[in-house]
Design a protein around this ligand. Sequence first.
Ligand SMILES: [Zn+2]
Length: 127
Amino acid sequence: MTPIRDLPRRDAWLAVRRGLGLLCPACGKGKILAGYLKPAEQCSSCGEAVGELRADDGPAWATILLVGHLVSPAFFVFVTSDAETGFRAFLFIAAGVIAATLLILPRMKGLFVGLIWASRAGEAKPG
Ligand SMILES: [Zn+2]
């Protein structure tokens, strides 16, 4: 078996761009998700085993980090507003958080799958 360091390098930026588009990091044609977040076992186009690339909690962490930084300034804008305006702002911001999270989370999963594929971390075996 060839050591990972001797295998050809993969383009991480290309894999990330494809992952953000929810496309296979290897060929850029097949889908990497079989559902909203459920990984496909393999690419429908090239057969790459993308289902073995486990992103674990990385996508959720990155989504919280990104959405939190995008939304938190809005709370400071309305902190001195009266109660009714503040409550309406809260409802508007909460809807924005939900929409942004639903939009960003699968793309973060694609990003992590792309990075794991490009780094060959999923191919590493203990020992
Ligand atoms: Zn593919």
